[in-house]
Design a protein around this ligand. Structure first.
Ligand code: KIV
Length: 274
């Protein structure tokens, strides 16, 4: 039985320390996005360890082309909806584009996510360049997740949503960024769209849990956008996702199937990796 069990006797609210213990014990961390009360309740009940109120809400909830337009007020609103349903899962919220351009902005906005939204951890995209911001947040008592690899907030600089860290130099640079962010005080790392071998090295070489999306099966956990795994995202399903509604008759069952697949390492497989 794992921490994400439905057994009310055994389930305890997930904390940062739970996530670290799960990594040490080799238990995979299951994470999903949610943006509203009803789905957050389903996700929490199904045994998801971390609910991410991602800025992906700009695309999947608001129909925007990118995550960039999401505002602080919008993500606080969605965080409040999610935390109203939260019983066991840890709720992590994205810091929107340009809400952490300076240390002062980062401190002010992270505090809003926690005080007004009820977030228990904030996530920000970046490289070693964000180390000072991570350090100041961490020293202020704010749990921080650093998001490396494909950073959707950089879509216009990158020229699209592309796999990152493909050659040796880029992979080594990403490993270095990750270690600098960990040393600065990041509690968790999300790594998006990198070759599976790099996902494996990140999980092996970092002490903190590494949660992957399109980063192969060897990460310490997995995260997906809930619309992708329910097969309701308009257009083509991302290669790294699976439609967990297939073979299920309810959303509850699909989310439980996702948790089971992550915990038993039957998702992701080669077909979802780069
Ligand atoms: O915004 C989001 O949903 C994310 C995931 C893709 C990790 O950052």
């Amino acid at each position: 039985m794992y921490a994400g069990t439905n057994d009310a006797q055994r389930r305890r609210p997930v904390t940062v320390s739970t996530l670290h213990k799960m990594k040490q014990a080799g238990e995979k961390i299951a994470s999903l996005t949610a943006y509203d009360y009803s789905l957050a309740a389903v996700v929490d009940e199904a045994g998801v360890d971390v609910i991410l109120v991602g800025d992906s809400l700009g695309m999947v909830m608001q129909g925007r082309e990118t995550t960039l337009p999401v505002t602080m007020d919008e993500i606080i609103y969605h965080t409040r909806c999610v935390t109203a349903a939260r019983r066991y899962s840890l709720v992590m919220t994205d810091m929107p584009f340009m809400s952490y351009a300076t240390v002062e902005q980062a401190l002010h906005n992270a505090a809003r996510l926690m005080k007004e939204g009820g977030a228990q951890m904030v996530k920000l995209e970046g490289t070693a360049d964000q180390a000072e911001i991570v350090s100041r947040l961490s020293r202020a008592g704010i749990p921080v997740c650093a998001h490396i690899g494909l950073q959707p907030q950089l879509v216009h600089k990158l020229g699209g949503y592309k796999v990152q860290g493909k050659d040796d130099a880029a992979a080594e640079a990403m490993l270095n960024d990750a270690k600098v962010l960990e040393a600065a005080g990041a509690d968790v790392m999300v790594v998006e769209c990198v070759p599976a071998e790099l996902g494996k090295r990140l999980a092996e070489e970092l002490t903190i849990p590494v949660i992957g999306i399109g980063a192969g099966p060897h990460c310490d956990g997995q995260v997906l956008v809930i619309q992708d795994m329910l097969g309701i995202t308009p257009g083509k399903r991302p290669k790294f996702s699976r439609n967990f509604m297939e073979g299920q008759t309810s959303v509850q069952a699909a989310v439980r199937a996702y948790v089971d697949a992550v915990k038993s390492v039957s998702f992701p497989t080669e077909e979802h990796a780069f």
